[in-house]
Design a protein around this ligand. Structure first.
Ligand SMILES: Nc1ncnc2c1ncn2[C@@H]1O[C@H](COP(=O)(O)OP(=O)(O)O)[C@@H](O)[C@H]1O
Ligand SMILES: [Mg+2]
Length: 322
């Protein structure tokens, strides 16, 4: 089959960490053709989405002493060609958030891929529907107490009621801009003003879950089914568990409660074409549904001795339309 991956510039990817590389590698190992492009290389012509694509060949990473080791160089790209994206069997939209206006426009272009011919992962409509922070609000029982607002007084009253809270920008990723809110903090007002861009941008404010110290679990869902998980534990003085801010990764199991959360989400994810998703769970509470370029496969594979990339690609091969 032919697969196109819309990614950030390939030389900026980390082959031992990035899930996009794991997926491309798995597809290559299974004998498929891999093409790469970027969100700014897409367009529509004759009512069909096209892209400037480059073929890519990867040298698969190897596990040595519990770490992924990549060759240098680890990829080789070929000449750029212009092709209609419906010539591909599947297109993976894997540009990193934040979801900016150019990002959104790229999803509108992807709407012009014929679904009879090509499976788009994740669905561009689904990506637009699912703000990564706010999608989880549909599952109120699974979520910690949470508000979304830009009103300073509402945020203050919520934080006072909760004792401690966490503030999150709605378009953030990798822990960026996530703040611990102590209602007694002398910087409280200022932090809210900065985060809301002086009362212009709504933010999410959530009760602080002390269990976050034990870890923030990433669970990978394929078509609504949990297929693997990794725990991310804050280190040092940091309250955030994100790998990007030094969170330590550890193997973990998926609990019954977490399976229930996944089962609750599954019909919504399937309805919205959200085939490859990473949810975040802290102390049994759902905090986030990552749909743009969820990561974690390399860590799960390494810690749990599995090959999730292969599992995902095999599912895509079964379900791509031709
Ligand atoms: N309600 C919460 N209570 C305690 N810690 C939290 C809470 N929400 C998030 N965190 C911490 O902040 C980190 C980032 O939050 P998250 O909502 O996952 O945003 P991001 O998209 O930036 O990963 C999490 O990994 C977790 O360690
Ligand atoms: Mg997160």
């Amino acid at each position: 089959m032919k697969f196109a991956f819309i990614i950030d510039p390939i030389d900026r990817l980390d082959p031992g960490h990035d899930t996009s590389v794991a997926l491309m590698e798995a597809a290559q190992v299974l004998g498929h053709e891999i093409w790469i492009t970027q969100a700014n290389q897409l367009g529509v012509m004759e009512g069909r989405a096209f892209a400037f694509l480059q073929p890519v060949q990867l040298v698969p990473v190897e596990l040595q002493d519990g770490r992924w080791v990549a060759a240098n160089p680890w990829f080789k790209v070929g000449d750029r060609v212009q092709r209609f994206l419906d010539e591909m069997d599947a297109v993976f939209m894997r540009t990193d958030p934040p979801v900016t206006v150019p990002y959104l426009y790229a999803t509108y272009i992807l709407d012009y891929i014929n679904p009879e011919k090509t499976l788009v992962v994740n669905s561009p409509k689904g990506i637009r529907t699912a703000n990564e922070k706010m999608y989880a609000l549909q599952f109120a029982e699974a979520m910690p107490e949470t508000i979304v607002t830009l009103d300073k007084q509402v945020i203050r009253e919520f934080a006072e009621r909760q004792g401690a809270a966490v503030l999150k920008p709605l378009g953030g990723k990798a822990g960026e801009g996530v703040l611990f809110l102590d209602p007694g903090d002398r910087n409280f007002n200022s932090m809210v003003e900065i985060s809301t861009h002086q009362g212009v941008m709504p933010v999410m404010v959530q009760t602080y879950l002390p269990d976050a110290k034990l870890g923030d679990k990433r669970i990978i869902l394929l078509h609504g089914e949990p297929i693997g998980a990794v725990n991310r534990i804050p280190t040092g003085q940091e309250f955030r568990g994100n790998m990007a801010v030094g969170g330590a990764v550890a193997p973990t199991e998926i609990t019954d409660r977490e399976r229930e959360i996944c089962a609750q989400l599954a019909p919504f994810l399937r309805r919205d074409g959200l085939i490859f998703v990473g949810i975040d769970v802290i102390g049994g509470y759902l905090t986030e549904v990552n749909v743009t370029s969820p990561t974690g496969i390399r860590e799960i594979d390494r810690l749990s001795g599995v090959n999730l990339g292969r599992q995902v690609i095999e599912w895509i091969v079964e379900n791509a339309r031709n």
